[in-house]
Ligand binder design. Structure first.
Ligand code: ADP
Length: 470
């Protein structure tokens, strides 16, 4: 069984969010259970800048290895991929993203053919690789090597569908009928993900709850009817977390390593370091709430900014790290100016600080309005940091609400998406924090969960086997 994993982000080479984490960790987990994978990624300029040793395979393909024996093929094109940013820069999305990623998809199939790589399933992730299932059937259908290959399209976030101007459709090199007959057409534009949902043998998404939600009008982003029509061909498999990278016992990026046994001493050292680093008063009496994520409406940054003035009446500290929309930099900077002792913000993509925020915070804020899976709450669990989430998507599959009477739960969940409910849950969390015994129990329940890749990799293996042609 051999899988070609195709993605625009793969850790440790390229990452802007959870997609990179997942596509880096899943192949390693598969290798551990006997499923071979080869990976395909664009050769961004940053890959060699970071010192990764790659060897040339042909004029536009180079290669390296990860895990025990996983080949990673980089598709090379200076014009398309040697830029700052994966999908865009300060001026917005790159104008030629359709050309860049259609080139990537085509080159992956050509590489499989030219190098005669024996593949059973091609696993595509998000719109950037959505043309692969289409090209496979439309342009490579006659090739013997592709005859029995099946395709999976995984949706990591339905908000990103790869929508382009209809005038760009000819650039894809596909029959015009595919646009005209509604396959790629979406309210007058070209929708790459829609094409993949039609063509892929299987569609998956990243939690069971999100698999249900995307079939509804509220979360379907206009594709709900198509997704509903897939029936059994659409399933949810929960993302896992790479427990090697995210391990407070081994994490070189945090100030003091700690295990579950010495949370009360060594985790607190990380908290102190963080408080000092951002200029807060160092005190374990004050709870630190961390947030690491894209600064976008989806991630609840609007809700956060609506709530911050009221939250600042509480004895709490908030550390925010994220990159995203310009308007949030301005808004959040104003809060930092107003409450320098209580709010800190860093507008950088910075792994080092991110790890330190997971380790140094007592609680982790994720007020996402919707969340396909969410990795940050899984990271928070791992670092003995209690997540505070909205009742949606992958949060429902991973976080159990704190229940003081029963003594159950591993996080805080608010179930009405408004400022009052958000402020209220933080007030409750702060109260629980003051009661050291109660909070300690909550933390113990947070660290006792396991969201490593083991279980989910088995689910993918079962899926691959069900598709494989014998
Ligand atoms: P997304 O929807 O952005 O993929 P996830 O919760 O699935 O959200 O994954 C986000 C990943 O990106 C996590 O590993 C998180 O720590 C990381 N991340 C987000 N923003 C930053 C940042 N500014 N610096 C470092 N890591 C970040």
């Amino acid at each position: 069984m051999k899988i070609a994993m195709c993605s625009s982000e793969i850790v440790p080479f390229a990452k802007t969010g959870g997609l990179g984490d997942v596509c880096g960790a899943l192949p390693l987990a598969l290798e551990r259970i006997g499923v071979e994978a080869v990976l395909f990624l664009p050769k961004y300029r940053s890959i060699e800048d970071k010192g990764n040793a790659v060897e040339k395979v042909s004029s536009d393909v180079s290669k390296t290895t990860i895990g025990k024996n996983i080949d990673v093929y980089f598709i090379d094109n200076e014009k398309y991929f040697y830029r700052d940013g994966l999908y865009g820069d300060n001026n917005g999305d790159f104008h030629d993203n359709l050309e860049r990623f259609s080139f990537f998809c085509l080159k992956i199939l050509e590489t499989i053919k030219n190098l005669n790589i024996d593949i059973d399933v091609i696993h595509c992730h998000d719109w950037q690789t959505a043309l692969i299932p289409v090209y496979l059937k439309e342009r490579f259908g006659q090739c013997e090597i592709f005859k029995d290959i099946k395709t999976i399209q995984t949706i990591h976030n339905l908000a990103f569908q790869g929508i382009f101007d209809r005038r760009d459709f000819p650039k894809l090199g596909l029959r015009n009928e595919l646009f005209d007959h509604g396959l790629f057409e979406f309210y007058g534009s070209v929708n790459l993900l829609k094409g993949a949902i039609y063509y892929a043998d299987q569609v998956t998404t990243v939690s069971k709850q999100y698999a249900k939600e995307i079939k509804t009008r509220e979360f379907g982003f206009g594709l709900e009817h198509l997704l509903l029509s897939k029936g059994e061909k659409l399933i949810g498999i929960l993302n896992g977390l790479d427990y090697e990278i995210w391990d407070p016992q081994k994490d070189d990026l945090i100030n003091v390593k700690y295990s579950n046994e010495n949370i009360d001493s060594d985790k607190i050292d990380n908290k102190e370091w963080l408080q000092k680093e951002v200029g807060f008063k160092c005190s374990n009496e004050v709870p630190v709430f961390g947030l690491v994520g894209r600064l976008s409406h989806q991630k609840g940054i609007d809700l956060l900014t609506q709530a911050l003035d009221e939250l600042m009446t509480l004895d709490i500290q908030v550390v925010i790290q994220g990159v995203g929309e310009e308007r949030y930099y301005e808004k959040l900077s104003r809060f930092v100016e107003r409450y320098p002792q209580k709010i800190a913000a860093c507008f950088e993509f910075n792994e080092h600080l991110a790890h330190q925020i997971y380790a140094g915070s007592d609680m982790f804020l994720m007020p996402s309005i919707y969340e396909p899976c969410g990795l940050s709450q899984l990271i928070a669990f791992r670092y003995a940091t209690v997540p505070i989430v909205y009742k949606t998507g992958g949060f429902i599959d991973t976080v159990i609400p704190h229940d003081n009477k029963e003594g159950k739960g591993n996080g805080f969940i608010f179930d009405k998406y408004d400022r009052n409910s958000f402020v209220e849950i933080i007030k409750v969390a702060s109260e629980v924090y003051k009661d050291k015994q109660r909070f300690h129990k909550l933390v113990e329940q947070a660290i006792s969960v396991c969201f490593s890749w083991n279980k989910s990799a088995e689910e993918y293996k079962t899926l691959y086997e069900s598709l494989k042609v014998d």
